[in-house]
Every structure is written in structure tokens, then in C-alpha cells.
Design a protein around this ligand. Structure first.
Ligand code: NAG
Ligand code: NAG
Ligand code: NAG
Ligand code: NAG
Ligand code: NAG
Ligand code: NAG
Ligand code: NAG
Length: 411
């Protein structure tokens, strides 16, 4: 379906809902005092839109093609309208409680909104959040069994996060809402999904405020990086090793981070993405490319992150002659597994999605080291830097209060 067509479709739906509302107003049943509350405007994100009526909102989710009709609980509509079709689902808001599929859900968005108090279920304790772990430990959040769909029914909404059609849950599950921040192309677009969640809780003001703080700081940091830029930008390679093959990233948001930190992506200058380390020609090509690289970000998955060191990296690239490697001479080989829970769950997939300004600040420090900024998400394996293990005891605020975004100094 073309974007224009789906846009038109949602416009028609809103028009239909509005006319329905007017009709009920004419027949005197609507509460005339209900006003449109605070609203969020989606400025950067591409994959959802929010439309506001007086007693309801409609979120159009371009990732799963569904519209979520959010009905204010104090409206008459709440008691009599329920949708659960392949195109539209309804929710009564503000949600009295919710659960999340924590096998890959960035719960930090809930924390920034102050919503952990109504988070009552999760599908796994693989979460990189001190405070969610603490609530789980204290029995405030219960574990739900993914294989027993009826367990989801007890919540006003169950948040999932997928971007592929094939991961889509069965459509008869009426309370599933798909939070697809990771489907966006740029770091700020991903972070703006806080407004999507805010709409379910009537927390538009908070969502707007957090996003503004994050965006302002992010943009300010890009200016700082611009000022630091030298005549030759440092060359950065995001690279990953799997089954004998090294590949350079094609993920747009990662490339964007490097651009915004005023580095240059190696990808722009090579015409091949994958290199088979059993193939001598590939090794030679990879060797030549690595001789141009100033900073390596090694994304290789490891079941033993603590044991993944510089020697692991060097072994994996299978190149004997290291003499031309600037990233070795300058000790700049990084991994994004610095903050990790139970040696398995990376905060890179959680906190780093909702707070991209921290990732950018890290990268600026990596590209233009000052030595007086401690990175949040990246650790330097060339300097033997270790991981920080995320534990429930590290939750140092009242979990029911909102977490404030961390704003690195910019000036
Ligand atoms: C709008 O936001 C303000 C500040 O957060 C809040 O006090 C007010 O209740 C909100 N209004 C509605 C209708 O949600
Ligand atoms: C989850 O539910 C499935 C299907 O009912 C069951 O086989 C499994 O043992 C349950 N897992 C746990 C951890 O309770
Ligand atoms: C969640 O809220 C609903 C009302 O929307 C209530 O019926 C249900 O008992 C609550 N569930 C939990 C687990 O708190
Ligand atoms: C890598 O190259 C080796 C030797 O040519 C070959 O056996 C292997 O299948 C290749 N691996 C992949 C994933 O293509
Ligand atoms: C190493 O880093 C320093 C700054 O930390 C920089 O001035 C120098 O150009 C870098 N050298 C190489 C070979 O990348
Ligand atoms: C840590 O991860 C391992 C392996 O995935 C798992 O078996 C174990 O239950 C986890 N421990 C905790 C405390 O979550
Ligand atoms: C960085 O972390 C170390 C160790 O925790 C601490 O001693 C140092 O003060 C921190 N530096 C900055 C600039 O925050």
C-alpha cells in the first residue's frame, strides 16, 4: 500500500469517527464539557501518527498497518465501543495497567514517563533496567507465560515490539499494541516513540517534555562535534563477526550516529559488505580496509561478553600483520555491551533507544577523546575496560516516579 493511500485511509477513518461523535453530540448524549486534552505532535518519527478527537485519539501504526483507537475512560464511548479487527483495535485510556513482552522491549520509555507503577506483567526478566528488576524482585511485576495467551487478557494492554510481519502476534489478541521504535531510521526518530506510549496514559505533556530535552541536547551535541571536527574526519567501522564472515553495518541509525558525531563511516568508501575469513582474497581486502580505520566498533555477539577482549577481536579478524592499524596504535576498539544484565541483556537495546543523546555523547568522546567523560554504553576493549552489571540494588529512585533523562553538558 502506498503511503499516500494509507494516509488517506486513516484520514477517512478519523473523519468517520468525528462524524460519529458529532452525531452523538446532536442526539444529546455526549458530555459537552469534555475537551481535547494535551496533545503530542509527531515531528520526526515516520512510522506512526496521532490524531486527536475530543474523547478519543487514534494512533495509526505504519509498522503493523493497524489503528489504535484510544477511548477516554470518562467518556460514554468507553462503555459501549470495542474494536478488535484486523485494522483497528480499541483501548480504554489512561490504561489502568499493562504488561510488556520484555524479550526485547525498551522499558526505559516507561521509566521516562513514570509508568512503572502500572506495569504489572512481563514475559521475561531479561531487562536492562535496575528499577524494573527491583519491582520484579519485590513481586510488583509478575512473570507471564508467553505460551499461554489467556494470561495477557488480565491487562488493559500488552506492549510488544516487532518490525517484521512474520513476528506479528495473532490478530485475535485484542490488547496487543506494537511499539515499533526500532523500525525508525534515525536515533531521534526512535526516541520520539515516547509520544506513542504517552498517548496511552494521557501523558502527552511529559512525553513532549522528555523528547524536547533529548532532542535539544542531541542537536546541541552535534554542534559541539562540528566544532571539534578536524580537516580529516576519523573513520569509523561498525563491524560484526558471525560464522566466519565479517560484515560492516548497513543499519541507518548507526551510520547516522557517526555522521552526527562528525566521523566518517567506512561503508561509504567500500563496495562490499561481507568478508569471508577463510578466503585469502577477502582477507586481503579486509586488511586493506582496516588499515584506513581509526575507530572500530565491534558488534560481534558473544555468549561471554566479559571474556570478549581485544585478543578475541584480533583472533576473529585472522590477520597477522597489525602494523598499519591506527585503531590499535590509538587504542580505539569499542563494544556497546558496557551496561549489561546477567551477562546477556544489553542496555544498548533499551536505554540507548530512548536516550540517543547519551550514545552521541559517547561517540563524540570516542572520536575526539577528552579523557574527562565516562561513556555510558561503550567500553574500550583496547584498554581492557570491563562491563557494568545491572542489578536491582542499583535502582536509586522511587520506581513509581518518572526517571529524568540524563543530559550531558553541552557547551
Ligand atoms: C495536561 O497536562 C498538564 C500538565 O502535565 C496536566 O496538569 C493536565 O491535567 C493535562 N490535561 C489533560 C486533559 O490531560
Ligand atoms: C508456559 O506454558 C506452557 C504451555 O502451557 C508450559 O508448557 C510451560 O511449562 C509454561 N512455562 C512456565 C515457565 O511456566
Ligand atoms: C488491570 O486493569 C483491569 C481494568 O482495566 C482490571 O480489571 C484488572 O484486574 C487489572 N489487572 C491487574 C493484573 O492489575
Ligand atoms: C567461506 O569460505 C570457505 C572457503 O572458501 C567456504 O567453505 C565457506 O562456505 C564460506 N562461508 C560462507 C558463509 O560463505
Ligand atoms: C590518535 O588519536 C589522537 C587523539 O587522541 C589523534 O590526534 C591522532 O590523529 C590519532 N592517530 C591516529 C593514527 O588515528
Ligand atoms: C541469567 O541468564 C541465564 C542464561 O540465559 C539464565 O539461565 C538465568 O536464569 C539468568 N539468571 C537470572 C537471575 O535472570
Ligand atoms: C569516571 O568514572 C570513574 C570511576 O567510576 C570516576 O572515578 C571518575 O570521576 C569519572 N569521571 C567523570 C568525568 O565522571
Amino acid at each position: 500500500m502506498s503511503p499516500a493511500c494509507s494516509w488517506l485511509q486513516s484520514l477517512l477513518m478519523v473523519a468517520w469517527l468525528l462524524s460519529w461523535k458529532w452525531l452523538s453530540a446532536v442526539d444529546g448524549t455526549a458530555a459537552a464539557t469534555v475537551k481535547v486534552g494535551n496533545i503530542s505532535k509527531v515531528e520526526d518519527a515516520q512510522n506512526y501518527h496521532i490524531y486527536y478527537g475530543q474523547t478519543f485519539k487514534v494512533i495509526k501504526n505504519a509498522i503493523d498497518g493497524k489503528s489504535y483507537l484510544l477511548i477516554q475512560s470518562d467518556s460514554r464511548m468507553a462503555g459501549r465501543t470495542k474494536y478488535c479487527t484486523s485494522r483497528i483495535k480499541s483501548f480504554v485510556i489512561p490504561l489502568s495497567n499493562f504488561s510488556a513482552d520484555t524479550n526485547g522491549f525498551p522499558v526505559s520509555f516507561f521509566e521516562l514517563l513514570g509508568l512503572l507503577g502500572s506495569m504489572k506483567g512481563m514475559t521475561s526478566n531479561s531487562v536492562a533496567s535496575e528499577c524494573v528488576l527491583k519491582l520484579f524482585e519485590g513481586g510488583e511485576i509478575n512473570m507471564i507465560n508467553k505460551s499461554e495467551p489467556q494470561q495477557f487478557a488480565q491487562f488493559a494492554a500488552h506492549f510488544v515490539s516487532y518490525i517484521n510481519e512474520m513476528d506479528q502476534p495473532p490478530s485475535q489478541v485484542c490488547n496487543f499494541a506494537n511499539f515499533a521504535a526500532i523500525g525508525e531510521q534515525t536515533p531521534l526518530q526512535r526516541a520520539e516513540w515516547i509520544k506513542f506510549l504517552g498517548a496511552f496514559a494521557n501523558l502527552e505533556n511529559r512525553a513532549n517534555q522528555v523528547y524536547k530535552a533529548v532532542k535539544d541536547n542531541y542537536l546541541c551535541l552535534t554542534k559541539v562535534a562540528e566544532a571539534k571536527q578536524k580537516s580529516f574526519k576519523p573513520i569509523v567501522a561498525w563491524m560484526e563477526y558471525q560464522n566466519g564472515i565479517w560484515s560492516f553495518t548497513k543499519e541507518t541509525y548507526k551510520l547516522k550516529y557517526v555522521e552526527d558525531a562528525r566521523g566518517e563511516n567506512v561503508d561509504g568508501s567500500i563496495n562490499k559488505i561481507t568478508y569471508n575469513i577463510s578466503n585469502p582474497d577477502d582477507i586481503e581486502d579486509l586488511h586493506a580496509i582496516l588499515c584506513t580505520v581509526d575507530v572500530v566498533i565491534d558488534e560481534t555477539y558473544s555468549w561471554d561478553p566479559v571474556g570478549y577482549t581485544q585478543s578475541t577481536f584480533l583472533r576473529n579478524i585472522n590477520i597477522e600483520d597489525h602494523s598499519c592499524f591506527a585503531f590499535l596504535a590509538n587504542q580505539s576498539i569499542w563494544r556497546y555491551d558496557k551496561r549489561i544484565h546477567n551477562l546477556t541483556t544489553l542496555d544498548w537495546f533499551d536505554g540507548a533507544v530512548s536516550q540517543p543523546q547519551l550514545v552521541l555523547a559517547d561517540l563524540i568522546e570516542i572520536l575526539f577523546p577528552t579523557q574527562n567523560y565516562n561513556t555510558t554504553y561503550f567500553r574500550n576493549i583496547a584498554k581492557g575496560e570491563g562491563v557494568i552489571s545491572i542489578e536491582p540494588s542499583m535502582c536509586d529512585r522511587d520506581s513509581s516516579t518518572a526517571m529524568d533523562p540524563t543530559i550531558p553538558s553541552c557547551g
